[in-house]
Design a protein around this ligand. Sequence first.
Ligand code: SAH
Ligand code: SF4
Length: 441
Amino acid sequence: MNVYDSEQISKGLKLLQYKMTLSPEMADLIIVNTCAIREKAEQKVFSFLGRLARLKRKKPDLILGVGGCVAQQEGLNMLERVPYLDLVFGTHAISRLPGMIERIEAKKCRIVDVEMPEGIDESVFSVDTDDRDRVTSFVTIMQGCDNYCTYCVVPFVRGREASRSPEKIVGEIRSLVESGIKEVTLLGQNVNSFGKKEGLCSFPELLSLINEIDGLLRIRFTTSHPKDLSDDLIYAFKNLDKLCSHIHLPVQSGSDRVLKRMNRKYSRDYYLAKVDKLRNICPEIAITSDFIVGFPGETEDDFNETIDLINTLQYDDIFAFKYSDRPNVPSALFRHKISEQEKKDRLIELLKSQEYYTKKRNEVLVGSTQPILVEGLSKRQLKTEENSENIQWTGRTSTNKIVNFIPNNDTSFHGGNFSGRIINVRIEKALSHSLQGDTNL
Ligand code: SAH
Ligand code: SF4
């Protein structure tokens, strides 16, 4: 979501004729887009801003702004804490950014805009038709969150849940496809509740509409909340040919006691049954998840239930985080906080348990042929200067696994640009976080 917001910010700045520089030293304007989800992310913001003080001293006309969730959370405080800041703008102020920059340029004033009006501000969503190199794009379908998990700052910094109109979303995707995009990832904190509040179509109905768009090859989405995972969505994986076989379904904990205190509104058994159904209806589906370790009051037994869940479900991959207190969230006041050392130990143990399954899920693909949507040259290729015959490309399987491959000498491939094409690649080797393949089928 922050990547998407940064894209909208840079599109707004382009309207004022700003261009991206290669380094902060060369910039006349620096915008720091921030994340407040965990304490560490927030600390990073302040240490980064500290490092920028030197630039501001050297170049007093440099305009320095902070946007995103930390800006939303801190508002005016931020100007006091960072005296050389010119601008603080919140999560709902991106469309007003160009106007604010113009005012700062003209009047050398300092501005704080952390207003969060209800509903969607459509003017922020625009398609950059100059950006023709990309194959895949994010598309926000809803903003905010109404779930109030007890540990989470999102409802406070991104506001109430609001969905965009299906017509506008489809229109945006059509324009993206016209500009060369082949894959979209639909974004929302809980896409399963899309449209419910506003009485629009359901999320699976939206997926069907998007599936009809000519020229679009693949659809992904994130994130779905398990409590709202409907049968219609499960069947969409089977019935919609463009919908990729991957779902990110954050569970957070394997213990009912912890889930209840997190206000996740589902039980371990309910979650297991949903995963079972997904795998029955769509056997090839890849499932990934998020975990929080060291939630206040999490006992050894609770933690062991989480490890047991990982061993039972054998996810394709996971993200795991040490719990951290956030401003205003209920769990900040919960007793029985877990020590930093204990959280660290649990995180290491959890990641270790998953490591084996991530590798195993990659290894089962060795020897198979997978349709890969090619996204461009591989990272390794981009780093090498040499202009070799064996150019390495990168793309993803429908199950969201990264595949690096060198095309064979077949004339239909040789010298061609593979970006944006779906091609069949034979998987030769599984590494821990990617696969290697070739096109000798
Ligand atoms: N809307 C998504 C999650 C968005 S936040 C969902 O409900 O799944 C991304 C992840 O950050 C969460 O899934 C959670 O694992 C983690 N997270 C959120 N608040 C946290 C906190 N206070 N401490 C540690 N991790 C947290
Ligand atoms: Fe946060 Fe829960 Fe909303 Fe996800 S669903 S953004 S974890 S409050």
